[in-house]
Design a protein around this ligand. Sequence first.
Ligand code: 13P
Length: 250
Amino acid sequence: MKSLLIANWKMNPLTLHEAQKLLESTVKASNAAREVSVIIAPPALYLIPLRAGYRGKKVAFGVQNAHFENTGSFTGEISMEEARNAGASHAIIGHAERRAMGESNEDTRKKVAAALSLNIVPILCVGEKARGYEGEHLIFIKEQLRAGFSDVAPGKVARVIVAYEPIWAIGAEEAMNPRDMHEMAIFIRKTLVELCSEKAMGVRILYGGSIDEGNAVAMIRQGDVAGLLVGRASARKEKITQLIRAIKEV
Ligand code: 13P
């Protein structure tokens, strides 16, 4: 089965040289894994040099965040258009760590629309902080999905990737149980079909949160996901190599 691996390097590594080495290892492993599509989201500073040094076609690049406005007085931000001009084909939107810094559902709505208008694939992250007994988290996820997809034209719905990342499993010791992910994938699919019609059947749903070479295969096999959004394990050469090797024949 074809799977998608998104490497969210977050604020790693510390130098361009190390980033180049990490890219090299990731590319090498990806080249040996025909069924795995890899997208690397490095710190934005490294995007241009990494893109320029990469000659292949197998790996694509993305940004971890971008502003919805195209240009202007937004100190410290980069725009979707700048990201695209620097070689990004994908953009992570609404990551839990960005939401914790103040990004709202309204922001994600605008960012998804901005990305699509430039032909950038939005990777919309959703996920609850904690789970209650009464399924409150489902209402929370539904609201995040509703906002993220509000301005998406029917013809573009299937271009959006949804990454479910429960906050309690990000940077944690253990990933979510794949059976629980399976249930969540059904809920996300059902919600998207309600919101966006049958076109939502084409949306790829990913899981993220404490994935490594040890649990990736089970998550893909039993979690009903099209791929994984990986943080820590994607920023270490040995870990990412082992992870890509593990999922290459799932
Ligand atoms: P970890 O894989 O480090 O838990 O991070 C998950 C994540 O936030 C990916 O976007």
